[in-house]
Design a protein around this ligand. Structure first.
Ligand code: IMP
Ligand code: MG
Length: 177
């Protein structure tokens, strides 16, 4: 598989994001709302670099249903922490059309947080269908289907420590089980 972002670059990128967050939030408590499952790896790496008090809340959103084209959005926020009056950082693995981030931000806004910012690990260039942009993106990438560092194809490849481009040819190979 063609490697797009190496492990060392990811390490530096997450450190950069942590620095930006410290500059913005200082020592104020932060509630991170992480969209599962894709942002799990980023969440684990990022929170260990944050020094302010951090609460973590998980939200499950499925959109792709194992395909390479977008489908309906399903949001499960039944395990959300109370975010009323809190500074909230919503994180996701990738900003593609932007629909996920827009819909989840709107959902969180109804819970009356003090503020909401958004951070994504990857942002695809030229694929957005919305006006909202993430406040932070660790890497901007060309429009390709990528896997690794949390990102999946049919729930596989999330465990790769790098980001790779999944080509049609890769899909014809038998997938690992
Ligand atoms: P959006 O709603 O179109 O911005 O898509 C966001 C979601 O689509 C992400 O959370 C991913 O689950 C999925 N996604 C979009 N592009 C890719 C990709 O290149 N690889 C893996 N998942 C992707
Ligand atoms: Mg996802």
């Amino acid at each position: 598989m063609k490697v797009l972002i190496r492990e060392e670059e990811i390490h530096d990128g997450i450190a950069r994001l942590a620095k930006q967050l410290h500059e913005h939030y200082g020592d104020s408590p932060l509630t991170i709302v992480a969209i599962m499952t894709g942002s799990l790896v980023m969440l684990a790496d990022l929170i260990r670099r944050l020094e302010m008090p951090v609460r973590i809340s998980l939200i499950a959103v499925s959109s792709y249903r194992g395909k390479m084209t977008p489908g309906e959005l399903e949001i499960d926020d039944s395990r959300m922490l109370d975010i009323r009056g809190r500074d909230v950082l919503l994180i996701d693995d990738i900003f593609d059309t932007g629909n996920t981030l827009v819909e989840v931000t709107a959902r969180l806004q109804k819970l009356n947080p003090k503020s909401i910012r958004t951070a994504v690990f990857l942002r695809k260039e030229g694929t957005s269908k919305v006006t909202q942009r993430p406040d932070y993106s660790v890497f901007d990438i060309p429009n390709a289907f990528v896997v690794g560092y949390g990102l999946d194809y049919e729930d596989l490849y999330r465990n790769l420590p790098y980001v790779g481009v999944l080509e049609e040819a890769d899909l014809k190979q038998p997938l690992p089980h």
